[in-house]
Design a protein around this ligand. Structure first.
Ligand code: G6P
Length: 611
C-alpha cells in the first residue's frame, strides 16, 4: 500500500528518500516518485516513474535532485491506473507538492469545484484535489501548517500527507487522519514516513501522530497541533527494531528467510510469557489479571492471514474453554448490526497493526459495550496496539514478504497463550496447563524438524507448476490451515486455489475433480482422520490426484493416486502450527518455479491502510 517518506535536513535528502522508499517496497506498490526543493534555484524538482523503485533510482541517476527538503512516495493504485502521471508527488502550479496515503472520499465534489475555479488536473487520482486545495489556501495567505489544516478541513476520508512549498523552503508539514505516519527525530534533521522501518537507517527516535494531528518540522523544531488546533506535545519513543532486521541475508527471498525464522520467532513470542506450569496473564497487560476471569465470550476480528489465525483460535477457545467465540473478517464486521455478548472480550489480530478495516472494527467495538479490547499484533508502535486495552506482541520481527508466514505462526502461538491465560485457574486443570506449556516450549525444536522437509516439498512443487487450479481440504482446526495454504498458493503463484472443509466436498467441489485438479489435504493423526480418509476416497474414486500432508503415526498409505508427505508425530493441540509449514513451503517453491515475484506479488499490498 502507498508509502510516504519525507526529510528536512542540512544534507542532501534525495539519497535518504530513496533509501526510505526501498525499505517501504515490501508494502506493495506500482509506481514511485520524489520531489525536492532545489537548493540552488528554490524550484520544485520532481521525478516519477512506473514500476519498481529501481526505475526511479535510474531516473535519478540521469537527473539528480539536489536539495535539503523533499518528499517521496510509493503508490499502490486505487483511483487511476498505475502510470507516471498518477504517481505522487502531485504538485500545483510549480509551487507546492504533496504525497498522500489513503483515500479522499469527496474527491469528485472537490474536483468539480476546483475545475470551475480554473485548476487544471493532470491525473486521475483522488489525491490531486488535495494539492489544489492546498495551493488555494497558500494563495489566500496562510502559512504552510495553517494551509494544511485548512485543506484537511475540506477532506472526507483517510489520509497521511507529506507537504512541501517553495515559499516555505525551511519546513516540511505532515498530517494524519486514519492512515499511518510517523515522525523520525534526527540530530538537527527531521523525517516522516509511513512506518518506522523506512527511517531506521537515519534514526531510532520516533513521534507517533494521532488522527487529526498536523505537524510542522524544521531541521531543529517539531510542532504538532491536534484536531482542535491546540498545540500538543507527543512523546518521543525509541524503537528497538534493529536497522538490519530486514536484510535478506543469504536467502533468495524474504519469504523463505521468514519461513525459516519461525522457530526463533516462536521462541521469542514465548519468552517471559510462560513458566513451566502456566501462562502469565499479565503478559497481556496489567489489567488482564483481573479482567480475564470475568470474560464469558470472545469476538475475534481480522483480515487475510490474520483472520485464518482467528479461525484456529475459535477451536481452542470453544473446545478447551467452552466459551462462545465468534470470528469475522473486519470489513464485514464493521458494516452489520452487532450483538455484543455479555462480558465479552474483543480481539483483533494483525501483523501490521494498521489494517484500515481491522482498526475501524476496533474503534466500533470500543463504542459497543465490550468488556475490553485486546490485540495480537506484530508492531509495537502500531495504531492497534496503541488503541487497544490489552496487547500481546507476536515478536516475529519485521515481516517483509507480502505473503504472511512467521506472523501467522506466531499469531497462533499468541492465541494459544490467550486461550490458556483465559483458562487460568478456572477452566483448565493444572495437568493440562503444564502439558500445554511444555508442548509450546518444545515447539521451536519441532518446527526445525518440519522445516527439514523443505527439499522433499521442493520436489513435490514441480507437479503444480502447470496447474491452473488447486483444492485444499482440512477438517476441524485444520480447515483454517487449508484456507491459509490456499491463500499462500494463490497470493504468490497466481494459481487459483480454494479451500474446503473436507466434509463439504460432496456438496459442490467434487464436481471439479479430475486428473488436472490437484487436491491437497491436511491430515494429522487425530479424531477426524478416519472421516477425512473417507472424503479423500471420494477424490481418489474420481481420478483426482491427492497430496496428503500427514504425520508419522497416521495409518495412511501412498499409491498411484496418493502422495504422502509425513511430518514427525505431532500432538493435536499444536497441529495447526506445524501443518502450516509444509503449505508455506509448497506455495513458495511453486512460485519460484513459476518465476513470479515472490516477495511482492502483483496487485497485493503488505499493509492495507485503505478500506
Ligand atoms: C494484507 C497482507 C496479508 C495480511 C492482511 C492483513 O492482505 O497481504 O498478508 O494477512 O493484509 O494484514 P494484517 O497486517 O492486519 O495482519
Amino acid at each position: 500500500m502507498c508509502g510516504i517518506v519525507g526529510a528536512i535536513a542540512q544534507r542532501p535528502v534525495a539519497a535518504i528518500l530513496m533509501a526510505g522508499l526501498k525499505r517501504l517496497e515490501y508494502r506493495g506498490y506500482d509506481s514511485a516518485g520524489l520531489a525536492v526543493i532545489d537548493a540552488a534555484s528554490g524550484q520544485l524538482d520532481r521525478l516519477r516513474s512506473l514500476g519498481k523503485v529501481a526505475n526511479l533510482q535510474a531516473a535519478l541517476a540521469d537527473h539528480p535532485l539536489r536539495g535539503y527538503l523533499g518528499i517521496a512516495h510509493t503508490r499502490w493504485a486505487t483511483h487511476g491506473a498505475p502510470s507516471p502521471e498518477n504517481a505522487h508527488p502531485h504538485q500545483c502550479r510549480g509551487r507546492c507538492a504533496i504525497v498522500h496515503n489513503g483515500i479522499i472520499e469527496n474527491h469528485d465534489m472537490l474536483r468539480a469545484s476546483q475545475l470551475s475555479a480554473g485548476h487544471r488536473f493532470t491525473s486521475q487520482t483522488d489525491t490531486e484535489v488535495v494539492v489544489h486545495a492546498l495551493h488555494d489556501a497558500l494563495a489566500a495567505g496562510h502559512n504552510l501548517a495553517d494551509a494544511v489544516r485548512t485543506t484537511c478541513q475540506q477532506l472526507v476520508g483517510a489520509y497521511a500527507l507529506g507537504v512541501i512549498d517553495t515559499a516555505h523552503p525551511d519546513r516540511l508539514v505532515a498530517a494524519r487522519n486514519g492512515s499511518p505516519l510517523v515522525i523520525g527525530v534526527g540530530f538537527e534533521e527531521h523525517f516522516i514516513a509511513s512506518d518506522v522501518f523506512a527511517l531506521l537507517p537515519v534514526t531510532n527516535r520516533f513521534i507517533f501522530l494521532d488522527d487529526g494531528d498536523v505537524a510542522e518540522l524544521t531541521c531543529t523544531t517539531c510542532r504538532i497541533w491536534d484536531t482542535t488546533g491546540q498545540e500538543v506535545a507527543r512523546p518521543i519513543r525509541t524503537s528497538v527494531v534493529a536497522a538490519d532486521a530486514a536484510e535478506r541475508g543469504h536467502y533468495r527471498h524474504f519469504m523463505l528467510k521468514e519461513i525459516f525464522e519461525q522457530p526463533q520467532a516462536v521462541r521469542d513470542t514465548l519468552e517471559g510469557r510462560i513458566t513451566s506450569t502456566q501462562v502469565l496473564p499479565e503478559a497481556f497487560g496489567p489489567q488482564a489479571v483481573t479482567l480475564f476471569p470475568q470474560i464469558q465470550a470472545v469476538t475475534i476480528v481480522a483480515c487475510g492471514t490474520s483472520y485464518h489465525a482467528g479461525l484456529v483460535a475459535r477451536h481452542w477457545i470453544e473446545g478447551l474453554l467452552g466459551l462462545p467465540c465468534r470470528v469475522e473478517v473486519a470489513s464485514e464486521y464493521r458494516y452489520r448490526a452487532q450483538i455484543v455478548p455479555t462480558a465479552a472480550l474483543f480481539v483483533t489480530i494483525s501483523q501490521s497493526g494498521e489494517t484500515a478495516d481491522t482498526l475501524a472494527a476496533l474503534r466500533l467495538a470500543k463504542q459497543s459495550g465490550y468488556l475490553a479490547t485486546l490485540t495480537i499484533c506484530n508492531v509495537a508502535e502500531s495504531s492497534l496496539v496503541r488503541e487497544s486495552d490489552l496487547a500481546l506482541l507476536t515478536r516475529a520481527g519485521p515481516e517483509i514478504g507480502v505473503a504472511s508466514t512467521k506472523a501467522f505462526t506466531t499469531q497462533l502461538v499468541a492465541l494459544l497463550l490467550l486461550t490458556l491465560a483465559l483458562g487460568h485457574e478456572r477452566r483448565l486443570d493444572s495437568a493440562f496447563m503444564t502439558q500445554a506449556v511444555t508442548l509450546l516450549r518444545n515447539a521451536p525444536q519441532k518446527l526445525e524438524k518440519v522445516l527439514a522437509l523443505d527439499e522433499q516439498i521442493a520436489t513435490l512443487a514441480a507437479q503444480f507448476v502447470e496447474k491452473q487450479h488447486a483444492l485444499f481440504l482440512g477438517r476441524g482446526a485444520q480447515y483454517p490451515i487449508a484456507l491459509e495454504g490456499a491463500l499462500k498458493l494463490k497470493e504468490i503463484s497466481y494459481i487459483h486455489a480454494e479451500a474446503y472443509p473436507a466434509g463439504e466436498l460432496k456438496h459442490g467441489p467434487l464436481a471439479l475433480i479430475d486428473e488436472n485438479m490437484p487436491v491437497i489435504a491436511v491430515a494429522p493423526n487425530n479424531a477426524l482422520l478416519e472421516k477425512l480418509k473417507s472424503n479423500l476416497e471420494e477424490v481418489r474414486a474420481r481420478g483426482g490426484q491427492l497430496v496428503v500432508f500427514t504425520d508419522d503415526h497416521a495409518a495412511m498409505t501412498a499409491d498411484a493416486h496418493v502422495q504422502l508427505l509425513r511430518l514427525p508425530p505431532i500432538d493435536d493441540l499444536l497441529a495447526p502450527l506445524f501443518f502450516t509449514i509444509p503449505l508455506q513451503l509448497l506455495a513458495y517453491h511453486v512460485a519460484v518455479l513459476k518465476g513470479t515475484d515472490v516477495d511482492q506479488p502483483r496487485n497485493l499490498a503488505k499493509s492495507v491502510t485503505v478500506e
